[in-house]
Design a protein around this ligand. Structure first.
Ligand code: ADP
Ligand code: GN1
Ligand code: MG
Length: 374
């Protein structure tokens, strides 16, 4: 085995034991930390004479009912595998759905002795994901991947899926939480903190835009991914085409606008979520056009006029919402998102607010682009 980073070293023998629950008969060659997610811990397990697999520790502080998360993923995975066999995708491309690996006791997860919750997921081979968009082709494939995901799940009755993260993407709920955190913990004054406080205060109506449309019956609940940022869409290393959507923890009934907005706020920020140069952050409309064209190539048939009407609002809202979530977590002392230092969530919030500002400054042009696509 190769040398392990210290953090893994401490638990390496435990990791091997856990990995064996999902592949009892294969020799483990290596277990390495993998990816850059903000919530779970992900490892790549390399095996002798067998394909590798993904081992993940679910963050049970975020997902309080992890069994339900796994039930959802199994329902979804079975449904998509059946659909893929029965529908004509009218395209000649590889599309994969990650499979849940069962333990020797036929269970979709493993509870370790220390109470941690683990799962094994099949590895999407010859693919990679990126934290920032690489080029226009990548942008189009990101849109295509999300469209494909929505199309494959379009007929899955939403009541079959549990709500695994109550309040997820309900922006008025995040606003309430923010006010509570501000009241309870206060906010240390600094130019950056003051910018965030003012940014939120200046947009009192924005948090309600999608929830009001939902309440007015203009937008319906459907099955959504919940977290379609670009590093959750795997790209085939050979064809450069989108090949799978991963990170299925947040699949649940919701508005597809949460997905469309989140995908665009993630894909059209060329500097990425983690840049230190927050003042230079901007929203790239050319990338937006490509992502939307890729999305519509598969999703056009099931979008209504109202769906198109709320696309601009959803892009603006989801960037704002993520800024609000990061800033609230900063105020609360970083209890939700994984962080590398105490100010990390503040830095991330600034990036999202700057992105929101850039989206707002291009509102007329973006709205026109979207309407021209109908
Ligand atoms: P998180 O919830 O922490 O974001 P993810 O499920 O997105 O965790 O996994 C983190 C990273 O690991 C992904 O961005 C991707 O690069 C890689 N990954 C996850 N699942 C798979 C898979 N089934 N096949 C290949 N790579 C994967
Ligand atoms: C989290 O797990 P990850 O890194 O894919 C978060 C998303 C945010 C994203 C921002 C369950 O996603 O909602 O948009 O960070 N997931 C959850 O990077 O809260
Ligand atoms: Mg992820």
């Amino acid at each position: 085995m190769t040398d392990q980073p210290e953090t893994i070293n401490q638990n390496f023998s435990q990791l091997v034991k856990i990995a064996h629950q999902f592949q009892s008969d294969a020799k483990i060659i290596d277990i390495l930390q993998h990816g850059s997610g903000n919530i779970n811990s992900t490892f790549l397990v390399t095996l002798e004479h067998q394909p590798p697999f993904i081992l993940q520790r679910l963050n049970t502080a975020v997902f309080c009912q992890p069994e339900l998360v796994m039930d959802n993923i199994c329902i979804l995975s079975d449904y998509v595998h059946q659909t893929l066999q029965s529908i004509d995708l009218s395209c000649d491309r590889r599309w994969l759905m990650p499979k849940v690996l069962l333990t020797s006791e036929n269970c979709h997860h493993y509870r370790a002795e220390d109470g941690t919750f683990w799962r094994g997921i099949s590895f999407i081979d010859n693919s990679q994901s990126f934290d920032t968009i690489q080029d226009l082709h990548h942008a189009r494939e990101i849109g295509y991947g999300l469209g494909m995901f929505h199309r494959l799940l379009h007929d899955l009755p939403i009541h079959k899926l549990a709500d695994t993260l109550e309040g997820f993407h309900i922006t008025p709920g995040y606003l309430k939480h923010y006010h509570q955190a501000k009241e309870k913990f206060g906010a240390k004054s600094s130019p950056e903190v003051n910018y965030c406080l003012k940014f939120i205060g200046d947009r009192p109506d924005l948090p309600y835009v999608l929830e009001n449309a939902k309440a007015a019956g203009k937008l319906d609940l459907r099955t959504i991914h919940g977290d379609p940022k670009i590093n959750n869409i795997m790209i085939d290393c050979s064809t450069k085409e989108a090949v799978a959507m991963i990170d299925l923890d947040t699949v649940k009934p919701g508005l597809i606008h949460y997905d469309i907005g989140d995908c665009l706020r993630s894909g059209c920020n060329p500097l990425g979520e983690e840049t230190d140069d927050w003042e230079a952050v901007y929203f790239d409309p050319e990338l937006a056009r490509e992502i939307l064209q890729g999305y519509l190539a598969v999703a056009r048939d099931f979008l209504t006029q109202n769906d198109y009407h709320y696309i601009y609002d959803s892009i603006r809202l989801l960037a704002f919402e993520l800024g609000l979530r990061f800033f609230t977590d900063y105020l609360e002392g970083n209890v939700y998102f994984n962080v590398e230092h105490a100010e990390h969530n503040l830095a991330r919030a600034l990036v999202q607010f700057k992105l929101t500002e850039s989206i707002e400054s291009q509102s007329a042009m973006l709205t026109k682009t979207i309407l021209e696509m109908i």
